[in-house]
Ligand binder design. Sequence first.
Ligand code: FAD
Length: 494
Amino acid sequence: MAYRDIPVRQPMNQDPDLARAIEALRARLGGTLLQAGDEGYDAARELWNSMFDPEPALIARCTDEQDVMAAVDFARTTGMLTAVRGGGHNAAGMGSCDGGFVIDLSPMQAVQVDASQRCTLVQGGATWASVDRETQRHGLAVPGGMISSTGVGGLTLGGGIGWLRGRHGLTIDNLLSVQVVTADGQLRTASAEQNADLFWAVRGGGGNFGVITSFEFRLHPVGPEVMFLATLYHAEEAPRVMRGWRDFLATAPDDIQGTMVEFSTLPESSEFPPEAWGKPVIAVAGLWAGEAAEGERRVQPLRELADPLIDLSGRLPYCEAQQLFDEVIPWGAHRAYFKSLFLDTLDDDLIDTIAAYGTRRPTESTLFSVWRMGGAVQRVAPDATAFGDRSMEWMLSIDTVWDRAEDDERCINWARGFWEDIAGRSAARIYLNFSGLNEEGEHQLRTGLGEDNFRRLAALKAVYDPDNLFRVNCNIPPAPETPPPSAGRRLRER
Ligand SMILES: Cc1cc2nc3c(=O)[nH]c(=O)nc-3n(C[C@H](O)[C@H](O)[C@H](O)COP(=O)(O)OP(=O)(O)OC[C@H]3O[C@@H](n4cnc5c(N)ncnc54)[C@H](O)[C@@H]3O)c2cc1C
């Protein structure tokens, strides 16, 4: 990856200025500052994708905004390559960096709920498990992701696509404000009323604009019991199942527009009957966002698209539904390469092409899925958030998963081949939270966010992060033609 090529400063013990800066940072931090050999260092450097084994020179485990401000000051004044870690889930390994400095937000997990105002304040290092647990105490939810150990930070900044999207939109569509430490070390509020340009940029522009210390989200009544759809069909039924699923969704209500079909192989697990172990399947999965009893009736046709191998559908607590897929690809267990593609249509020919890959996956643990992007997701203008165009109807997500380093090339090439096979029939636009290894660089940002949004983001990057301090991400380079801000004047809070 490009950012791994950026040279790191000389070894810390040979640089007296750096050594002094480290001691000053240690004195300012309420949390801990870890180096190789320290207790907790190895645990703190772990990422979800075991293909990455970064060894940062320093990890600042931040506990509050003051810690983050101290860490950003250190990063700016020393010039060390700096990564920001939220949940550490990014499949491209962007929550850390080799030999550099990691601003680790994982101790910042607090979630406060104001049930009367239907909003929640979530610290920047929280995972969706904490958000779901705290909000569900009040029968409320934020539309987040589908795996509870994913970080709220990275998922939200890239858009956020979860089960509730059909009814309530992307995660960013439910964001009310953020507290953000920008590259100059200042803590700012960004919302529709304050620093509105910055608020626009963080809704899809990734971690380019600073470290978000807290997110304020709108809450919706959900559950506590929901109807979850999980009907598994033999993979050879995929063409028929996908056609039926597509046709059902053409007139289905928003409550079930956040659904997907997923190709996988059933593992040897007590959850499944032994005769199904090792069978390639296509699952139709989704969460009815409204009342469970109505959902049970309304999703019934999706349980009868062919003769099911197993039907795990049923009513269950929302928090459980949010954790159903956690063990499919557990934390730190595998090597992975995730690449996505938005699709405008899903015609029969495309269905047949995609379905054929169901039995050609490079490993049994590799999955791929087609996600419906209808309902509330589509009712947001392309320039309303940095995320860009919302007209896409579907998303293909290729989640390649394997165990041995010697299979890296084979598995990554398989995913790229699959992606290229389908990309020619689309606008070749990637969801930036599933961006492979970012090998397409700026090009993927221009197509992903749209040219106008990309230019607007680059101009804002030049204002808020002119030296590209925050570059271990899907990086938006500061626009060269934008004059640098006149030291704080343009940036200062009113
Ligand atoms: C198994 C799996 C399931 C997934 N499921 C979904 C899903 O259902 N829906 C979906 O939309 N996405 C999903 N994703 C993708 C996920 O949204 C991205 O990988 C996201 O980057 C993860 O965020 P994180 O905070 O855990 O990651 P990290 O690796 O910690 O960070 C990722 C990026 O975000 C930046 N970042 C994180 N937190 C902050 C912060 N507070 N302030 C500033 N920058 C920050 C980091 O600097 C880095 O560039 C999934 C990924 C995996 C591996």
